[in-house]
Write a protein that binds this ligand. Structure first.
Ligand code: G3P
Ligand code: CA
Length: 252
């Protein structure tokens, strides 16, 4: 199908809320997603990892310590144990009781309210673990509204084999010597470098676009870089401040 992240000429860049509106609410919770939507973000970026018993949850860190009242790796906790965690109090008392969402709950919420998910398969996943994620996306009728991204090439290959309908994005900390070749080899819909890499390589968006591939950059929270990146042809920006960036978009 059409590439959902490729920006038609003259239209605004996609605002992709990094872990939801993570500057304004606890990251990777339903409340941070709601804040992002109210701020005008059409896309939410969420990180996904399994519990001990294989249920995919939305969490960034390997361990639950920083963003919940629990301790240890999420892979050492059962789904029932993850469900009992408080993922809001660390951010502020107003958010007490926010949960670590199961991917199923996250997809339900998005389907009901509108919006798209940039789903990051975080860390190493087995093929069976990727299969469970794909199954959740399909079961919730969200295949047309999810793009799967990862730093892990194997996770993208598993996703492609299991679900050819899901668009893929490759996260990179540094540019590949030939990003277009990598994009073609993996069948990417979007290539995701840090914003600084695109600013340092102004021709990158053009060469990716010629191959039908979008470029989405992480993570931009200021107006100056926003304007420069838009001029270079960036398709979407991953940001912790979606409300502010949506405002800049609407102001054009
Ligand atoms: O979406 C890009 C960005 O989320 C990758 O870094 O550590 O925030 O998952 P991280
Ligand atoms: Ca991420």
């Amino acid at each position: 199908g059409a590439n959902p992240l490729l920006r038609p000429v003259g239209s605004p860049m996609a605002v992709i809320a990094h872990r939801g509106a993570s500057s304004a609410a606890p990251e990777n919770t339903l409340v941070s997603d709601e804040v992002a939507r109210r701020g005008g973000a059409e896309w939410i970026e969420n990180d996904v990892q399994p519990s001990k018993d294989g249920v995919p949850y939305v969490l960034h860190d390997t361990d639950v310590d920083r963003t919940t009242d629990g301790t240890g790796p999420i892979r050492s906790l059962t789904a029932a144990e993850v469900d009992a965690l408080d993922a809001g109090s660390w951010f502020g008392p107003a958010y007490a009781g926010a949960r670590v969402p199961a991917l199923a709950a996250q997809l339900d919420d998005l389907r009901g309210r509108g919006g798209n998910m940039l789903l990051e398969i975080k860390g190493r996943h087995s093929r069976a673990e990727v299969a469970r994620i794909v199954e959740e996306v399909r079961d919730h009728g969200m295949a047309g509204r999810v793009v799967v991204q990862s730093f892990d090439v194997d996770a993208l290959k598993y996703t492609r084999a299991l679900a050819p309908e899901l668009p893929l994005g490759l996260l990179r900390a540094e540019l590949d010597p030939d990003p277009v070749a990598v994009a073609r080899e993996l069948g990417l819909s979007t290539y995701n470098p840090p914003a600084g890499e695109l600013l340092a390589h102004p021709g990158l968006a053009g060469s990716l676009h010629a191959a039908g591939v979008a470029v989405t950059v992480w993570t931009v929270d200021d107006a100056t870089r926003w304007n420069s990146l838009e001029a270079l042809g960036t398709d979407g920006i991953i940001t912790n401040r979606p409300a502010e960036l949506s405002g800049w978009n609407a102001g054009r």
